[in-house]
Design a protein around this ligand. Structure first.
Ligand code: CTP
Length: 233
C-alpha cells in the first residue's frame, strides 16, 4: 500500500502548502531548505512556472506580461493539486523560459504527504487558496530581487541585461505592485529576507512536522520508505 494510505486503506490527508512572493525572492530556496529539514520522503514541490500558458507564435515575448495572473493556467493548477490530494497520479508540464512554451516531456508525480506549490501568484486564486493548509509569503527587498533576477535571467534564461531591465520596468515591477503585494493579506505567515531567515524556516518545519503527525503521517518513518514494490494508484 502506498504510504499515503493508512493501515485501514483510507487515504490520509496530505498537507498542501502555498509559497508566494515576488520574482527572485528566494521561494525555491526556502522550499528546498524546508524540505531538507523535514527529511520526509513523500514531498512534491511544484512550481507555478510549470503552469504558464503557451505563448502564441504571433506574440512578441518582449511585449507580453508574464507577471499578469492571466498568463497562468489556474484550472490545470487546481485540478493537479486536487488530484494529488486525492492520491491520484498526475502529469506536470515542463516549461521552457527560452521558447516561452511547454516542453513535450512531462513529469509524472504520485501521491505525497506534503505538496508545496511555489510561485509569484500562488495566493491569487481563491479556489487554489482553499486547497491550501498553510499559506506563506516570502518578503524580500526589491533591490535584492532585481539583482538576483538580472544574474539568473542572463545566466539561465538566455536574456540580455537590456531585456531584463526593460521587462522589469514595463511588466514585473508594475504587476508586483498591482497583483503580488496585495496577496500578503491571504498569507498565514510572512517571511522577511527569504532564505536567509533560518529561524522562520525552522519554525515552519516544526509546524509542518506537527501537522503531519496530527494527520497520521509519521515523518520519521516515511523517510525510510522507498517506492519499490508498492502498487501505485
Ligand atoms: N518569466 C519570463 N519569461 C517567461 C515566463 C516567465 O521572464 N517566458 C518570468 C516572469 O516575468 C516572472 C518570473 O518569470 O516574474 C517567475 O519566475 P520567478 O518567480 O522569478 O522564479 P522562481 O525561481 O520560482 O523564484 P524564486 O527565485 O523566488 O525561487
Amino acid at each position: 500500500r502506498p504510504p499515503w494510505y493508512d493501515s485501514k486503506g483510507n487515504l490520509k490527508n496530505p498537507l498542501v502548502i502555498g509559497v508566494c512572493g515576488g520574482s527572485a525572492s528566494g521561494k525555491t530556496t526556502v522550499c528546498d531548505k524546508i524540505i531538507a529539514n523535514l527529511n520526509v520522503r513523500w514531498v512534491v514541490l511544484l512550481s507555478m512556472d510549470s503552469f504558464y500558458k503557451n505563448l502564441s507564435k504571433d506574440i512578441d515575448p518582449s511585449k507580453y506580461n508574464f507577471d499578469h495572473p492571466d498568463s497562468f493556467d489556474y484550472d490545470l493548477m487546481v485540478k493537479t493539486i486536487s488530484d494529488l490530494r486525492a492520491g491520484k497520479k498526475v502529469n506536470i508540464p515542463k516549461y521552457c523560459f527560452k521558447t516561452h512554451s511547454r516542453l513535450v516531456h512531462q513529469d509524472t508525480v504520485y501521491g505525497a504527504d506534503v505538496i508545496i506549490l511555489e510561485g509569484i501568484l500562488t495566493l491569487y486564486s481563491k479556489e487554489l487558496r482553499d486547497l491550501m493548509d498553510i499559506k506563506i509569503f516570502i518578503d524580500t527587498d526589491d533591490d535584492v530581487r532585481l539583482a538576483r533576477r538580472l544574474k539568473r535571467d542572463i545566466a539561465e534564461r538566455g536574456r540580455t541585461l537590456e531585456s531584463v531591465l526593460h521587462q522589469y520596468n514595463t511588466f514585473v515591477k508594475p504587476s508586483f505592485d498591482d497583483y503580488i503585494i496585495p496577496l500578503k493579506k491571504y498569507a498565514d505567515i510572512i517571511v522577511p529576507r527569504g532564505s536567509d531567515n533560518i529561524v522562520a524556516i525552522n519554525l515552519l518545519t516544526n509546524h509542518i512536522r506537527l501537522k503531519l503527525k496530527e494527520r497520521g503521517f509519521d515523518p520519521e518513518k516515511t523517510s525510510e520508505l522507498g517506492l519499490e514494490g508498492l502498487e501505485l494508484p
